[in-house]
Design a protein around this ligand. Sequence first.
Ligand SMILES: Nc1ncnc2c1ncn2[C@@H]1O[C@H](COP(=O)(O)OP(=O)(O)OP(=O)(O)O)[C@@H](O)[C@H]1O
Length: 233
Amino acid sequence: MLQIDRLIKRYGGYTAVNGLSINIAPGELFALLGPNGAGKTTTINCLLGFIQPDEGRALIDGLNVSDAPLETKRRLAYIPEQVNLYGHFTGLENLAYFAELSGHRYEEPRLRGFLAEAGLQTEAHARRVSGYSKGMRQKVGIAIALAKEAKVLLLDEPTSGLDPSASHEFSRLLGQLRERGVAILMATHDLFRAKEDATRVGIMRHGSLVRELTAAEISHTDLEKLYLETMSD
Ligand SMILES: Nc1ncnc2c1ncn2[C@@H]1O[C@H](COP(=O)(O)OP(=O)(O)OP(=O)(O)O)[C@@H](O)[C@H]1O
């Protein structure tokens, strides 16, 4: 569903992403770990079509992002650390707007249904987003993914700054999206959430994937140990 194939992105003489290949099947969650500057956000920006890779390719649902930027954007949803919404619009209005951008027009009850499914309390639906907490904005992000019927979800540091209950709730929602067959790529520094939520975990360093493992086969302690060892190699 999501294929990253020998992706390379250079900035001048610096190689930010260096031959990265990852395949993520429907219903899988791949957690991408790595220190600051490892190239995680650059990779996500290539998938979003925000930047062009120098070599290699990224495919969303079989479509090359470089050849079909609009089509691929329609098929994916993106939740960064701070979900970008229009503060003076309500949650409902934001959802209607972003769903429409991807060609989906819904009546209000259906929109409320998506927000409820994403865990946003009913009294907040018609409130302005400027008063929402970070966790509430992320729920709107999940509702947008549901409304768009996104096949791929890209997450960049989604749980950073969330309190433990909000973080737990967020991971429950990711589980629901996985059950619907969404392929998820999550860049994160949160080893705990990576181990808990992911099917596979990759450790990135200097633009390359240096380790890849099955989440179920490693304990929290061993993942932390492996991460630290990888950083000191
Ligand atoms: N527009 C740019 N011009 C030049 N260098 C850039 C640009 N964008 C990113 N880089 C460099 O590419 C490297 C990878 O950055 P990137 O943001 O992808 O890392 P990251 O793994 O997401 O880090 P973090 O965990 O801090 O978000 C960094 O060294 C960064 O300085």
